[in-house]
Design a binder for this molecule. Structure first.
Ligand code: TRP
Length: 405
C-alpha cells in the first residue's frame, strides 16, 4: 500500500471518448500530460462510463472513439512506458467504489455541483435527469480516490468535481477513520522518531494546524518519508496526525490546473466539439486549409465584463497562440480588426497548423495499422491499474465493515 507521502506524487486524469480529439485538447490537456508523464506516476484513462452518462442513447460514438483516443494520445507524445494508460470500464473497482461512496454522499452535494445544472441547460435535447448523470462527479471521485491520487490535472470546468472529491474523502475519513486510541498511538509514534525529529515534527505539526502553514506540512511529510525505522502503521498514523485526529484511509487530492485551457476555435469561441468549431488532430492538409480559409476576421463582440482582453479576430487569436510558441512577442500579433493583416495571416496559420499536425497524423496512421499493439498497451495498463485499485478497494471495504473474505 502507498503511504500518503508516496501517494502525493501520483497523478490521475481522463478524457471522455465522445469524438475526435482536436487542437484544443492537444494544446490544453495533452501537452500538459506529456510534460507530467516523466515527473510523476501518471494514470491516464479513457472515461467511457462518463461518456455514457451523456451519450447513453447514441453510444456508438463511444465505441468508435475509445481506440482512436488512445492512438491520438500516443501519437502526440504520451508514452506508454512512462504513463499507465487504461480504459475505465475495464476496472470494475471504480464502479464498486462509486457504489460504496454513494452510501455516504448526500444527494444535495451532487445537485449543487455547478456542471449538473449547466450541462442539463446546455444539452437540452438530451434527457439528463438520470441517476447516472447526477452521479457523474461521484464516479469521477471514485476514479481519482481509487488510485490515491495526489493531483488531478483538469481544466477550470472540472475544479468543482475535484472539490467534491476532496469533500467526499474527508467525509469518508471522518466516518471510517476513527481508530480506537488513535491519539495515544500517534503520540507514542512521535517519540519513536528520536528526540530531535520528534521535536521538529511536533513544531511543524503545530505550525500547520495553528497557522495553516502549508510549507510546514510539506516539510513534515518529507521528514516522515525519511524515517526508515518506523513501522508502516506508525508512519501512516503520523501522516494522518499531521492533518487531523483520525486515520486517513483515502487521502484528499489537489487540483492541478491545466495551463492555457482556452484555445480559440474557428469562430473565436473556445474550441469545443459542442460548438462545431474545431480542427481535429487528424484533419488532412486540405481540410485544414478549407477550415482556416472559411474563418471570419470579424472579432467576436466581447461581453463588457471580458473586455480587458484585446478584441482580436478569430484568425489572429489562433495565430497568436502559435506565435507564442515560436517565442515571438505576443504584442506583435496585434489584430488588424478585419483589415488586410488578418487575412494575410491565414496562409501562415495554415502552414503552422499543417506542420504541427503532420507528424501526429502520420504516427496515428502508423499506429492504426497495428490495432493489436494498441490493445496490448491498454491491456497492460488495465492490469497495472487494477492492481492498485484492488488494494484501495480492500482497504475501503474493511473500513466500511465489509472486510470478510
Ligand atoms: N469529467 C472529466 C472531463 O470531462 C473526465 C474525467 C473522468 C476525469 N474521470 C476523471 C478527469 C478523473 C480527471 C480525473 O474532462
Amino acid at each position: 500500500m502507498d503511504t500518503v507521502g508516496l501517494q502525493s506524487r501520483r497523478i490521475v486524469s481522463a478524457m471522455r471518448p465522445t469524438g475526435q480529439l482536436h487542437l484544443g485538447n492537444y494544446h490544453g490537456v495533452l501537452k500538459h500530460w506529456i510534460k507530467l508523464q516523466h515527473k510523476h506516476d501518471c494514470f491516464f484513462f479513457v472515461a467511457d462510463w462518463h461518456a455514457l452518462t451523456t451519450h447513453y442513447d447514441d453510444s456508438q460514438v463511444i465505441e468508435e472513439s475509445v481506440w482512436e483516443m488512445v492512438i491520438d494520445w500516443i501519437a502526440t507524445g504520451i508514452e506508454p512506458s512512462a504513463a499507465t494508460l487504461f480504459l475505465q470500464s475495464k476496472i470494475p473497482e471504480h464502479a464498486e467504489l462509486h457504489l460504496l461512496l454513494s452510501m455516504i454522499t448526500p444527494v444535495s452535494w451532487l445537485e449543487r455541483v455547478p456542471s449538473y445544472k449547466e450541462q442539463q441547460e446546455k444539452l437540452k435535447q438530451k434527457d439528463l435527469s438520470t441517476y447516472g448523470f447526477l452521479g457523474y462527479p461521484l464516479l469521477q471521485s471514485a476514479d481519482v480516490l481509487i488510485y490515491n491520487a495526489g493531483q488531478v490535472p483538469v481544466g477550470e470546468d472540472q475544479v468543482a468535481h475535484v472539490e467534491l472529491t476532496r469533500d467526499i474523502a474527508r467525509r469518508f475519513n471522518h466516518i471510517y477513520g476513527r481508530e480506537k486510541g488513535f491519539e495515544e498511538k500517534a503520540v507514542e509514534a512521535v517519540t519513536k522518531m528520536g528526540k530531535k525529529n520528534a521535536k521538529m515534527y511536533t513544531d511543524l505539526r503545530h505550525a500547520y494546524q495553528q497557522q495553516g502553514d502549508a510549507e510546514a506540512l510539506a516539510t513534515a511529510r518529507a521528514l516522515l518519508e525519511s524515517q526508515q525505522n518506523l513501522a508502516l502503521g506508525d508512519t501512516e498514523r503520523l501522516f494522518a496526525y499531521l492533518e487531523g485526529d483520525g486515520k486517513i484511509i483515502i487521502p484528499e487530492p489537489q487540483v492541478l490546473l491545466t495551463p492555457m485551457a482556452k484555445i480559440p476555435g474557428l469562430d473565436g469561441q473556445k474550441m469545443s466539439k459542442s460548438y462545431g468549431n474545431t480542427i481535429s488532430l487528424r484533419d488532412s492538409d486540405k481540410t485544414i486549409a478549407e477550415k482556416i480559409n472559411k474563418m471570419s476576421t470579424v472579432p467576436l463582440s466581447l461581453h463588457p465584463a471580458e473586455s480587458n482582453e484585446p478584441s482580436m479576430c478569430p484568425v489572429c487569436q489562433l495565430y497568436a497562440l502559435y506565435a507564442r510558441h515560436d517565442q515571438e512577442q505576443e504584442a506583435e500579433v496585434a489584430c488588424g480588426t478585419t483589415g488586410n493583416r488578418c487575412w494575410e495571416r491565414k496562409d501562415a496559420l495554415i502552414e503552422l497548423i499543417r506542420a504541427e499536425l503532420k507528424p501526429i497524423r502520420e504516427r496515428a496512421e502508423e499506429l492504426s495499422e497495428y490495432p493489436e499493439d494498441v490493445r496490448r498497451i491498454v491491456d497492460e495498463g488495465n492490469e497495472a491499474a487494477r492492481e492498485v485499485a484492488r488494494d484501495t478497494l480492500d482497504e475501503v471495504r474493511s473500513a466500511m465493515g465489509l472486510g470478510y473474505k
